[in-house]
Ligand binder design. Structure first.
Ligand SMILES: [Zn+2]
Ligand SMILES: [Zn+2]
Length: 76
């Protein structure tokens, strides 16, 4: 089960921290954003996963939408 939708996600949508990964082939034994992922399953992201800008979040009856001024809107 993955909470990351964007393929190019570099930052955690919840806390804005950088997402682990990348250069080394080994996986971290514990994911520092595990709690964030659980939150993101229920809450809209606060930060753009691609540029770490603060998203403009709107909660709708159907869910939410979050908008980055650079990368546009994400909704669920
Ligand atoms: Zn996080
Ligand atoms: Zn962005």
């Amino acid at each position: 089960m993955t909470a990351v939708d964007a393929v190019t996600a570099q930052y955690c949508g919840h806390c804005g921290g950088s997402v682990a990964g990348g250069t080394k082939g080994e996986r971290p034994t514990s994911d520092p954003h595990q709690g964030c992922h659980q939150r993101l399953a229920m809450e809209p992201p606060r930060y753009c996963a691609q540029c770490r800008r603060r998203m403009k979040v709107q909660v709708t009856p159907l869910g939410w939408s979050a908008e980055c001024s650079r990368h546009g809107r994400v909704s669920r």
